[in-house]
Design a protein around this ligand. Structure first.
Ligand code: RIB
Ligand code: CA
Length: 326
């Protein structure tokens, strides 16, 4: 089993919660830490939510690093569920994890340089607006030597947007950052709405999270409280858990189908945040990304449920869950 060294850059966020808990229970991933961005909700709330999730996971080895409070250039926008704010104690129990004094960009840069010095590379798992990652790439260009790939939940290429008719939220919230990341030259794997909309998680599914102890119950609480379904749009019950697809891909890439293409972001005008992919090679530009177009939705959902269930095995300590091996 190959182990991915991963930093998860995240704006928790319910689907971020699923991704984080899935990652922290998966031995295929060595999660170096969480870097936090404003997005679904404000930075204060995303940091609080991330700390609660780390406490819930029992992974005392995981650090939380606060990052940018807003986008690089555009005015700040928040997610559709911005009213969630901080996860209430009723939904996600209070914990005692506090953020590190080291900020997100510094942590990304230090981790990438350490990996490079060791002849290794890390994976950045971008499941929020990409401001932190863009800042790291622009302020410290040498970091690319230690970053093997960026796996990003973002964009909409054949699907219409959802935060606006033309844009997916993570890109819409900071299109300039997304374009910096897209054109950085770092190998890029993108999980767009085109694919995440195929895997709809229903109440029957998230009731199964309850077998995952306190972590699973909290995840079920979140998904039961905030309805993500949209039968009008999707034609069937259930809602996407966008961010968890990035973790599932790292664990089981065989569940996904992707196409290499040149991708970019519109950063001006009314449709700022629109993303395009040159699937038919009209632009003469070399592909800069692998865009995931299809997912085995049942396989993905079963993997998510299986990994959340691990939190319910009282005999499993955090090391078994995926923590550093002694
Ligand atoms: O468009 C979906 C993305 O926006 C997800 O990452 C969700 O958490 C929000 O950040
Ligand atoms: Ca997110």
């Amino acid at each position: 089993m190959s182990i991915h060294k991963v930093i998860i850059d995240t704006d928790p966020g319910m689907d971020d919660a699923a991704a984080i808990l899935m990652a922290l229970a998966s031995p295929e991933l060595e999660v170096l830490g969480l870097t936090i961005i404003a997005g679904n909700v404000s930075l204060n709330d995303t940091v609080r939510n991330a700390c609660k999730l780390v406490a819930l996971s029992g992974r005392r080895d995981i650090s939380v690093h606060a990052g940018a409070a807003g986008p690089l250039v555009r005015e700040q926008v928040f997610g559709k569920y911005a009213k969630i704010g901080s996860f209430s104690d009723e939904l996600v129990r209070a914990g005692d994890v506090v953020p590190s004094r080291e900020d997100a960009v510094h942590f990304i840069v230090r981790s990438a340089r350490a990996a490079s010095d060791a002849g290794e590379k890390i994976t950045l798992c971008a499941i929020g607006p990409m401001t932190n990652i863009a800042l790291a790439l622009v302020q410290h260009p040498d970091v690319v030597r230690g970053i093997g790939q960026i796996v990003s939940m973002g964009g909409a290429f054949t699907a219409l947007g959802h935060r606006t008719p033309w844009a997916e939220f993570n890109v819409y919230a900071d299109p300039h950052a997304a374009e910096i990341v897209f054109q950085s030259g770092v190998p890029l794997v993108i999980m767009p709405l085109d694919m995440t909309f195929q895997a709809l998680v229903t109440a029957e599914h998230f009731e199964q999270f309850r077998s995952g102890g306190a972590a699973g119950v909290a995840l079920c609480n979140l998904f039961s409280t905030f309805d993500r379904s949209d039968v009008h749009r999707f034609g069937r019950p259930g809602g996407p858990i966008h961010d968890a697809t990035t973790i599932a891909w790292l664990i089981r890439p065989d569940l996904f189908t992707g196409v290499k293409a040149f991708v970019g972001v519109q950063i001006t005008g009314l449709t700022m945040g629109y993303t395009y992919a040159d699937f038919y090679k009209k632009m003469g530009r070399a592909a800069n990304a692998t865009v995931m177009t299809d997912v085995d939705d049942a396989g993905f959902i079963n993997l998510l449920i299986e990994r959340i269930a691990l939190y319910g095995h009282a005999d499993l300590d955090t090391k078994t869950l995926g923590g550093p091996k002694s």
